[in-house]
Ligand binder design. Structure first.
Ligand code: COA
Length: 395
C-alpha cells in the first residue's frame, strides 16, 4: 500500500501577543492559576486587519514556496471560527496564494476536530489519485467572552499541511479509533462571534471521548500502547494534555509520564508531553490547528523521532474525536529545518490588557461596511468590508 501522510507543515499566528501574567494581574487572579493551572503563558491576538483567511494563507505560503504547487488539486480549509455562512474561507485563501482555478476548495467544520477531518479526507483523495496533493489549512481565532472562565484559554493560529503520497514528515497509518457523541459542551451560535461553553462539561466530555476512541482503536486492531513512542493531544490549554495523559494511563495501565512543565517529576515513560506543548503554551488555543501545532512542536524539539510511532488524539466539542497514529519519516529534521516557528512566535508585538480588550471589542461581523487600519506586517491583510463582502489584499 502507498504510504500517505503529511509531507510538510507550517504554522502562522496573529500579529499581537498578550502575557497571561498581565491578564491575571488585571483580574486580581494569582498568575499561577493560568501559568500552572492551565499551562498557558501567552496568547496570540489578531490585529484588526487579520482573520482566519490571512492567517491560513500566511501559513500556506512558505509551504508552496518550498514545495511548489504542482499536483495540488484540492484545498480543504478547516475552521470553527468561519467568517461566512456560505462561502468557504479557502476560496479567498486560494486567490491570495495565487493557486489556479483547477483546485476544488471547501470548508470543513466540526469544532476543533475539523483539521483532522480535513486530513483524513485528504488522505482518501490521495489514495484514489496518488499523483495529487491536498493543501489542508486549519485556521482559527479562539474567542470567548471577556471576563469568562474561557478567556485565558483564547488564542489564534493556523497550520498548513501538504498531504501527499510518500510523505517526508509523517506517514499516517490506516487504523483509527473514533468516538462521536451528541453533547452541548461548546458551540457558537450563527449570530455570535464568541463561543458558548460549559468548560467543566467539556473537560469531562473530552476525557470520556478519549477513553472511547482508544477502545475503538484497540477493537479495530490498532497498535498497543507500548508500541506508541510519543503521544500528542488536542490542547485547548496545555494542562488538558496532562489530564488526557492521566486518563490514557488509567485506561491502558501503561506508566506513561504526566510531566508537563520543565522540571516536573517524570513519573513514567516519556511520550513527549512537554516537548509537544511548547508552541501551544505560547499560542493559546488555536482550535483546529492546536493538535498540529503540537506536532510541529514535537518534531522541532525531539531529535530521536525517525521511524518512531506517534499517537495523535483529536477532539472537537459537540463532540467528535479520533485517535490515530503516524510514523515519523527518516528525513524529518531536514524538512523541519526550513520552518522557524520560534521566530514567528518571538516576532509578535505585545499588547497591554487595555489594548487587547479594545481589539476584542472591535467589530468582527461582516454586515457593516468598514475599512480596517493597516497594522499587520504579514503577507496578506483583511482590508475591510465593502458591499457586505470581506476584502483581502496581498502585500
Ligand atoms: N496555582 C496553580 N494551579 C491553580 C491555581 C494556582 N494558584 N489556582 C487554580 N489552579 C488550578 C486548578 O486547581 C485547576 O486545576 P485542575 O484542572 O487540574 O483541577 C486549574 O487551575 C483551573 O482552575 P479552575 O478553577 O478549574 O478554572 P476555571 O473554572 O476558571 O476554568 C476551564 C477552567 C478549563 C473550565 C476554563 O478555562 C474554560 O472554560 N475553558 C474553555 C473550554 C475548554 O478549553 N475546554 C477544554 C476541553 S475542549
Amino acid at each position: 500500500m502507498t504510504a500517505i501522510g503529511i509531507h510538510d507543515l507550517e504554522l502562522a499566528t496573529g500579529h499581537h501577543v498578550l502575557e497571561l501574567t498581565d491578564l491575571a494581574e488585571s483580574q486580581g487572579v494569582v498568575p499561577g492559576k493560568y501559568i500552572l493551572g492551565l499551562g498557558q503563558s501567552q496568547f496570540s491576538v489578531l490585529s484588526e486587519d487579520e482573520d482566519i483567511v490571512t492567517m491560513g494563507a500566511a501559513a500556506a505560503l512558505p509551504l508552496l514556496e518550498r514545495n511548489g504547487i504542482e499536483g495540488i488539486r484540492t484545498l480543504l480549509f478547516a475552521t470553527e471560527s468561519g467568517v461566512d455562512q456560505s462561502k468557504a474561507a479557502g476560496v479567498a485563501a486560494l486567490r491570495l496564494l495565487g493557486l489556479p482555478s483547477g483546485v476544488r476548495t471547501v470548508e470543513m467544520k466540526q469544532a476543533c476536530y475539523g483539521g483532522t477531518a480535513a486530513l483524513q479526507a485528504a488522505i482518501g483523495i490521495v489514495a484514489r489519485a496518488p499523483e495529487e496533493k491536498v493543501l489542508v489549512i486549519a485556521s482559527d481565532n479562539a474567542r470567548y467572552l471577556l471576563d469568562s472562565p474561557g478567556e485565558p484559554t483564547q488564542g489564534a493560529g493556523a497550520v498548513a499541511m501538504l498531504v501527499s503520497a510518500d510523505p517526508a514528515l509523517l506517514e499516517i497509518e490506516p487504523i483509527n479509533g473514533i468516538s462521536t457523541t451528541d453533547v452541548d459542551d461548546f458551540w457558537r451560535p450563527n449570530d455570535s462571534t464568541t463561543a458558548v461553553v460549559d468548560g467543566h462539561l467539556s473537560v469531562g466530555a473530552y476525557l470520556d471521548a478519549l477513553s472511547d476512541a482508544w477502545k475503538d482503536l484497540e477493537g479495530r486492531g490498532g497498535p498497543a500502547i507500548g508500541d506508541i513512542d510519543r503521544i500528542l493531544y488536542h490542547q485547548p490549554y496545555t494542562k488538558m494534555a496532562k489530564k488526557a495523559q492521566q486518563r490514557l494511563r488509567e485506561v491502558t495501565g501503561e506508566e506513561i509520564s504526566t510531566a508537563l512543565n520543565p522540571g516536573d517529576e517524570v513519573d513514567g515513560r516519556d511520550t513527549g508531553l512537554e516537548t509537544g506543548s511548547r508552541y501551544n503554551r505560547r499560542l493559546g488555543n488555536s482550535y483546529t490547528a492546536s493538535l498540529y501545532a503540537g506536532l510541529a512542536s514535537l518534531l522541532d524539539h525531539d531529535d530521536e523521532l525517525a521511524g518512531k510511532r506517534i499517537g495523535l488524539f483529536s477532539y472537537g466539542s459537540g463532540c467528535v474525536s479520533e485517535f490515530f497514529t503516524g510514523i515519523v519519516q527518516e528525513g524529518y529534521r531536514e524538512v523541519r529545518a526550513a520552518s522557524h516557528v520560534e521566530d514567528v512566535l518571538d516576532a509578535r508585538v505585545p499588547v497591554t490588557v487595555a489594548e487587547y480588550r479594545d481589539l476584542h471589542n472591535a467589530p468582527h461581523g461582516t454586515s457593516t461596511d468598514q475599512v480596517t487600519p493597516a497594522v499587520t506586517t504579514g503577507p496578506f491583510r483583511f482590508a475591510g468590508v465593502a458591499d457586505q463582502a470581506r476584502r483581502y489584499e496581498v502585500r
